[in-house]
Ligand binder design. Sequence first.
Ligand code: PEP
Ligand code: MG
Length: 564
Amino acid sequence: MVTVEARATRILQGTPVVPGVVAGPVLRVVDEVSEEAVARYGDGGLADEDAALAAYDASVLEVADGFARKAAAAHGAAAEVLAASAGLTRDKGLRVAVAKALGQGSDVVTAVRAAVEQFVSVFTGMGGLMAERATDLRDIERRLVAHLVGEPEPGVPTPSVPSVLLAADLAPSDTAGLDPALVLAIVTERGGPTSHTAIIARQLGIPCVVGCRGALEVAAGAFVVVDGEGGRVELGVDEQAAADRVEASRVAREALAAWRGPAQTADGTPVKLLANVADGTTAESAAGEPVQGVGLFRTELCFLDRRDEPDAEEQAAIYAEVLRPYADGRHVVVRTLDAGSDKPIAFATHEGEENPALGVRGLRLSFDNPGLMDHQLDGIQLAAESTGTETWVMAPMVATVAEAADFAAKVRPRGLKPGVMVEIPSAALLAYRMLEVVDFLSIGTNDLTQYAMAADRMATDLAHLTDPWQPAVLQLIAITAEAGRNARKPVGVCGEAAADPLLAVCLVGMGVTSLSMAARAVRPVGAQLARVHMETCEHAAEVALAASDPMAARQAVRDLLAEA
Ligand code: PEP
Ligand code: MG
């Protein structure tokens, strides 16, 4: 929606992701190499096949080095993905295919494209994780061609001055190496609050607006104000007025950064703030933040590149790295493998499902392969015993009370505390009965939203539906939290919704007892909760639940907090 204000300010409205007001020039992320540049380049004026192969080798060197530099700056799964891309760029088989095409008379750009096409069809035919590499190969192809024809590499350019990054959407390889000192804000035309862009922006603490229609029409270099709380991109704003707003936001954000915890409302109701982690490295760095433990350890992210299932001892060593930093009296919630759908794991995922998001994923993988769950629980038990850390275990994708009871029966004898994730609406509706068989619930709002709204969480065109502020999603959360209050058992939120300071107020008002998020998001949430009384939280929950749509819900809560 584009609106025109009195001072000819143009406002583009999107979905707010990370709060903060910033202003600066727009830097556009280029998706494709321009075909005019490719046509201009033609055969590159290269004397012969050898010269063409040398040009190819030179561009391979540049592209692979670029990936390796980004890998060095990233960590965890992102670093592994980038290092794998560097290796794939240097692949000898790919070079042989390029040389063959050159030998048949192709120019170098056509040869690169033909060789990549050949590999893509081989990988796609193999299915599963290998098919995923097809996307990486296409990314590599665009970068190689860009170097050959002398265009900037598609993806995020390195800003020379602090800039507002503007893109259709961002891929993992785009976001892994972002420098928060040079990227003032991220604005995407597509994507919703659970998109990859949103997750990375939260991790880096960069103000962010997604799903911002019309954003791609903004010219490179244009001066814009980005309001990450209101979800607005403003053009034509007076630079002095913008500077004042930016300064006020900076001061407010600095105050947030000074928040030390432990979290409680202004009148002293405690709320546990916890970290979402993926491996030992992220667990270690989160332990230094004001968190009371880990609320979601996504174990499947440790095995993205594994072809075979690790045995219990090997798993125990990996989990112990995550548990150890919290042996100081804090607790860690370990989630059992959530393989399948958007997180394919070679040794677990079922191949060729028609509809993987509704297929055999998460807990369901153990139905015909109980060993998978048993070995993992053995590994978690060993790690808990060796580190002495208080360890809770929860299963993802639980649909029935019987599944929850079976899971609890496996977890309790191992001296671990059993819980389940509430990601499927059936689990929310029967939360009170789930709590008769398990000790805690953790609401995964990313999937709960996807399943409640029947909207693929990755579908950028459905961003208005994949929004946890949707009243129907809020209603399911409220039912679950209410069940927790009645049973006097903890109910947390560990989806991306927990990282939204405004929504956090509502969640606490509904009775949610813990919020788990990227460690970078903890301070703004803690500082926001410290400013409101429990009564206001409860009122905020009511107005959000009563709103007709997500934007109205946000505005109603913002208005309420401004009055309080
Ligand atoms: C969720 O669904 O909200 C969740 C936390 O799990 P994941 O994002 O890993 O699917
Ligand atoms: Mg989930």
